[in-house]
Design a binder for this molecule. Structure first.
Ligand code: MCN
Ligand code: MOS
Length: 802
């Protein structure tokens, strides 16, 4: 539980209190001063420390575990192995599918990936636990592992029929199209790399469990813990006041949580288990590696006639992760004929997971690279070809867009970037030995909607409290909920305290899919409206109220004072009114669930994702949109790529707080720079082990990699998307950023890199490069070359058959 007394002082931007104001982050001072206490920083009496022992092979069986030396080591309280750990029950999945009635063991005997938890040591101190964990000897019977997607043993994979999207006759239209392009696009394994590693403290009191754990979904995780340990949901309390970044990786209770909570139960002591940085690469999966083949058939004017898209992503041996690769492909451009299919391939890896814009992000790399290739093929400006093929409605759902300010985004971005000054020919812009490239790409993310619940309390002193078990991992929930309550009740944001991150508060669904802001501003608005209605009702009806004799039928609250809308009659502070009517507060819990919802519906809404509302529900298709304009500078001799300028125009509907939305967009853009140029999980192919499992070798952008970024909001309120008119912000901007950079690199160099990240080896080396070296001119006669030459090789490039 966290209390922010919002005294923003100097940080106050003026006029910022209301929804839409640029209020600075109310949790900022606590974080900057170190006063913010994160989940695993709790100091508990009798705390014991756990350390994990992980598999050193990627495939096989544990033959034996020798824990004698570890047990004898100083301070050791217990060594947990598959034989000694208590038995748990299998939990339901995040759709709430009833769990199979079978035991669950978070420590593995059957090894399906390197880094899998096989044992754990609990000791009096962290150092003792780590030292003893190194003494546990595990022997294995090893079998050959499937290392990654390119492993010959991986095969074509498993078709995921639910991902198939088709209309018209895409193959026939492609075959008869005068212009045809076809290429394969790859993205590697990528990792969320949050600053705060995963971890938890678990404490049992009888059959009640408290877990302090950074979490994107307190109620979902509480449900999982409750099912594992076969205790009622109400007996589990999750506490997560701050989260040091999640990016999708902290939504679920994971096996290390089961291990720590089991250890706490077995020992009768609270246990802390925090991931080492390398363990954050294997305790939870990053973004799955993907391969896509995109073929586009078009007429000579660049009008698309057909898109055929085939995708594959890796999943694990015993889990299932589908990265929806056709999600952007199927909606970005109008086409009369379309076909998209997807397979997954099992490899010896931890099951991949959600990472900022799962699906949309790699999907956009395929289609937004391919349409750029089409632009050069037909000799049309890359921006113009996008406008030419603009989808006036959702081509897949055949529904009107709720709002789609993408044309406005293209226009605003191009204007600000100076796109008109671009010369069309690749390699035609330079500054000394720096080749300059300008690229554009679009992005989109669906508006994911769910029902929300919140409690709003007007206290005796006139201040307001908001409670919700939702979370803030840096995106700004504390701040926007303070603004929503302040505006709705009619007080200053200074007088609002927002409490989040405790599952004892009114429940909340997952913070994922960029839905929380829309869901929670709606819920707080509802609860605050109901608290205000109660207050005004009492002011009018209570005989002790100064307004009673007025026979007013309505009153307004503004700046913490209540009075008649006409400004005549009494005008008192909310505190004075409450005092006069003998109340020490007013409380309202509101939710946005349909009126006839049952308790079971509500439980399901907050603890699963089964009740999420489809983005194409009813008459509309709801999405956020963006257009990225990027300048790169490529050193002609060294092949180094720098992003030197970014202008992005984005449509997230109405912004609850432009300052925070801009910060979110910039964060996504920066992650996109990382994805385009730096990020790649590298496998040791002999051992099936990730090699660069630390932040020195897994490169994310630093300040030096990040240029001036300008973001422009082009959204308009969209009431089909949320109560207050906003659409999703958090994940939008990472979509389309990598292809915008790849397209700029092509414009700079004449080299099309279809395999992320774009490293200098790929630019100056021969690997996967079908274009000329960096020196010299872009050969004349390239136009039309793809249709003439590359088609026959297309099937060979495609990594799978369907
Ligand atoms: N916002 C706004 N106007 C809107 C919508 C949002 O001003 N119309 C602003 C608000 O400040 C809000 C924030 O944008 O708090 C994000 O809102 P939203 O798009 O609804 O996303 P969520 O609150 O659901 O946050 C989750 C989203 C996801 S799914 C990932 S992944 C991600 C992201 O947010 N992970 C993040 N942004 C992150 N930012 C930080 N610092 N750390 C992460 O781990
Ligand atoms: Mo975001 S990847 O949906 O948590």
């Amino acid at each position: 539980m966290t209390v922010h007394n919002i005294r923003h002082g100097d940080a106050f931007d003026g006029g910022a209190d209301a929804v839409g104001g640029r209020l600075s982050r109310v949790d900022g001072p606590a974080k900057i001063t170190g006063a913010a206490k994160y989940a695993v920083e709790q100091q508990l009496e009798g705390l014991a420390y756990a350390a994990l022992v992980e598999s050193t092979i990627a495939s096989g069986k544990v033959r034996a575990i020798d824990s004698k030396a570890a047990e004898a080591a100083p301070g050791v309280l217990k060594v947990l192995t598959p034989d000694t750990i208590i038995s748990l029950r299998t939990a339901s999945d995040w759709f709430g599918t009833p769990p199979p009635d079978k035991p669950y063991c978070p420590l593995a005997r059957d090894i399906t990936f390197s880094g899998q938890h096989v044992a754990a040591v609990v000791a009096e101190t962290f150092e003792q636990a780590v030292a003893a964990a190194a003494l546990v000897k595990v022997s294995y019977d090893e079998t050959p592992a499937i290392v990654d997607l390119s492993d010959g043993k991986a095969g074509d994979g498993i078709p995921i029929d639910a991902m198939t999207k088709e209309w018209g006759d895409a193959s026939a239209a492609f075959a008869s199209a005068p212009v045809r392009i076809c290429a394969a696009y790859n993205t590697p394994r990528e990792y969320q790399a949050p600053m705060e590693p995963h971890g938890l403290i678990a404490r049992w009191e009888g059959d009640h469990l408290t877990v302090w754990e950074p979490s994107q979904w307190l109620d979902g995780m509480a449900r999982t813990y409750a099912e594992w340990f076969a205790v009622p949901f109400e007996n589990v309390r999750l506490v997560s006041p701050y989260v040091g970044g999640g990016f999708g990786s902290k939504a679920l209770a994971l096996s290390h949580g089961a291990i720590a909570a089991s250890a706490a139960k077995m020992l009768g002591r609270p246990v802390r288990l925090v991931m080492t940085r390398p363990q954050t690469f294997t305790s939870y999966g990053g973004r799955a590696a993907t391969r896509q083949t995109v073929t586009i058939g078009a007429d000579r004017d660049g009008m698309i006639q057909s898109i055929v898209h085939r995708g594959v992503n890796e999943t694990s041996i015993d889990g299932m992760w589908v990265e929806p690769l056709g999600s952007v492909t199927s909606i970005m451009y109008a086409t009369p004929n379309f076909s998209s299919k997807q397979n997954v391939v099992r490899v010896n890896s931890v099951v991949p997971g959600a990472m900022r814009a799962p699906g949309e992000n790699p999907s956009a790399f395929g289609i937004e690279s391919a349409i750029d290739e089409l632009a050069y093929e037909v000799g049309i400006d890359p921006l113009e070809i996008r406008l030419k093929n603009y989808a006036e409605q959702d081509p897949h759902a055949k529904k009107a867009w709720s709002t789609r300010q993408l044309r406005e985004a293209f226009a605003a971005g191009a204007e600000r970037f100076g796109w008109a000054r671009r010369t069309a020919e690749p390699r035609s812009m330079r500054d000394g030995n720096q080749l300059i490239g300008w690229g554009v790409a679009a992005g989109t993310y669906p508006v994911r909607r769910a029902y929300g619940e919140a409690m709003v309390r007007i206290l005796a002193d006139g201040s307001v409290e908001v409670e919700s078990s939702s979370i803030d991992m840096g995106q700004g929930t504390y701040t926007i909920l303070a603004q929503t309550a302040a505006e709705t009740v009619g007080v200053s944001a200074d007088d609002v305290v927002v409490k989040l991150g405790d599952s004892r508060f009114p429940r909340a669904g997952v913070t994922g899919g960029s839905r929380l802001a829309g869901v929670m501003t709606g819920a707080v608005h509802k609860a605050a409206t109901s608290a205000l209605d109660q207050l005004i009702g009492l002011a009018i009806s209570d005989p002790r109220s100064p307004f009673h004799t007025l026979q007013a039928n309505t009153l307004v609250v503004a700046n913490g004072r209540i009075g008649s809308p006409r400004g005549d009659g009494p005008d008192v502070s909310v505190a004075e009114l409450l005092k006069s009517i003998g109340r020490d507060g007013i409380e309202a819990t509101g939710d946005t669930m349909p009126a006839n919802s049952t308790a079971e519906d509500r439980y399901k809404n907050y603890t699963t994702i089964a009740m999420a509302l489809p983005h194409t529900e009813g008459d509309y298709s709801r999405h956020s949109w963006c257009a990225h304009f990027v300048e790169v500078r490529v050193d002609e001799d060294f092949g180094t790529v720098r992003v030197s300028r970014v202008v992005s125009a984005l449509d997230s509907g109405r912004l609850y707080n432009p300052k925070l939305a801009e910060s979110q967009w910039k964060g996504g853009i920066i992650m996109g720079i990382g994805q385009a140029l730096l990020e790649e999980g590298i496998m040791d192919r002999r051992h099936g082990r990730i090699v660069n499992n630390n932040l020195a070798d897994y490169l994310v952008p630093t300040n030096a990699d990040v240029p001036e970024i300008e973001v422009i909001s082009v959204g308009i309120p969209d009431l089909h998307s949320s109560v207050l008119g906003g659409k999703g912000v958090g994940e939008l901007a990472i979509v389309g950023m990598a292809p915008a950079i790849a397209n700029a690199v092509f414009h700079a160099t004449g080299k099309r890199i279809r395999d992320l990240p774009i490293t200098l080896e790929k630019l100056i080396g021969g690997w996967n490069c079908q274009s000329p070296p960096l020196r010299g001119r872009w050969p004349a006669g390239q136009r039309g070359a793809l249709s003439r030459r590359r088609l026959s090789g297309c099937e060979a490039q495609a990594p799978q058959r369907f």
